[in-house]
Design a binder for this molecule. Sequence first.
Ligand SMILES: [Zn+2]
Length: 549
Amino acid sequence: MTDASLLYYTGRFVRTDLDCDGVSGTPDPASAPEAMLIEHGTIVAIGSRDEVPAPAAATHIDLGEGWVLPGLIEPHGHPSESASLMGNGVIDIRPVTLARADQVWDAIKIALAASPRPPRVVANGWDPLLQPGLTPPTLANLDALAGEVPLVIVHNSLHSAYFNTAAAREAGIDRNTPDPVGASFGRDSSGALTGLALEAAAVAQIVGPTLAAAEADMPRRLTTHLLELRRTRGITTIADLTWNHQLGQLATALAAAGSLPVRLRGYETSSPGATASVPLENGDAWYRQVGIKIWSDGSPWVGNIATSFPYLDTAATRALGFEHGHIGHANYTTEQLIEIGSQYAGEGWQFACHAHGDVAIDSTLDAYEALITKFGLHDHRFRIEHCGLMTPAQFERAARLGVAVSLFVDHITYWGDVIVDDLFGERGLAYADAGAAFAAGHRATFHNDGTVTPCEPLRNMAVAETRTSRTGRHLGGGSAVTRRDSLRAHTSNAAWQLRSEHEIGSLAPGLRADFAVIDVDPRSAAPEALAEARVLATAVDGQLDTASA
Ligand SMILES: [Zn+2]
């Protein structure tokens, strides 16, 4: 008789939480634990076959030649937004899908010409820096193109969108619509809309009808998206950094029915004057809201990150419409950040603040320091997200304040050349300096940011080590990350940032049995091999799901 609550796995396990596992030294295949016993989804024992009991009642599962890592954690994703904006009528024009400007316009025109006439056309992924030749369209351009069909073109960063008159009408936006706090609609000298939505709150308003249309289908969309991440990427937990608390009910119901594919951690979008929609103590190991999200500045690719220095004057920045000496500005003053932060921080909520430019990062750290002092906070784990142009001194200050950092290192893969040649010159060579973060003592993490780049934690680890773009450009101004640190960025460090280290993040007794099986030894594989490694199987709570299933 086997006992379904008891699982005995054999294979080659990699404990990224320990120094003695070879991760920090010369890997010895024989040093990897070779057995793991799981009871009711929790790891009971892990070690050599001699050390781990093998109860006759347990189901024995052999993981064969694969290498077993702790389940990979995406600490900054947007799965609900991705479920709404990927497929199902939304045109995918992302630079990872379409490389050229003419392909982008062709895709939009084909969608508009569909028969029967589409209720609306939303294209997601505009990026003139990686799709050279795209120039900012005006409201009149898009009216001429789409006529009465609402048309919205969303920038790949999700920090801006272009729209026509029909789209504005459908979303209930006109010249009298006030700008949301921290965001704006483009207007001409007479106050008329120019067809530009800038920053998250304005973009959310203009794509509102699309999001509303997707909502009814959300259970299917969300589970399909999460299942793919689990099976093909080894993801076992993902944080949603534009979480809408109303989706909490759906997540709870899916978890109760046993059909939530991965664990979810939500960060509710902050807004001026608001308080958290749920109590601080909420949810369980499958789903809970853990924090609050705010955006200190915008996207490097849109031109609205707050820096102390100007963008370069290049053909690329001129095509984006930047004047000579263009400098971006923050969405909020430090005082506004403190005011919004105070609405939540006093209750003990963790903040995750988007900040790329050095000025935005200073302002965010100033605001965090003020909140820490004002509320006497300890172990707040306030986060800074992306950290594009964060300096070593800023990483050190953040570490002293107990502020955590999550870096978008995959920007180097796709935009590495653009960062240096087109936007920031020498300064760009130190972009997303994960090495400086670890040197400052951070438990840093990496992420792919929802639809912005494909969710590829193993590729993130590799690029943090090599700092090399997809064309082979090396960004040598920042420092490389060790394999031990890169593995921890998507496992134990991510668990800690999500306040979940008591549940997940390591292969250790007492934690939930979440793991990913890959086809290379993650301790010794070359970065390029790690980036291309195949996920063979993934387990959440010990329940195994193979990539081909
Ligand atoms: Zn994000």
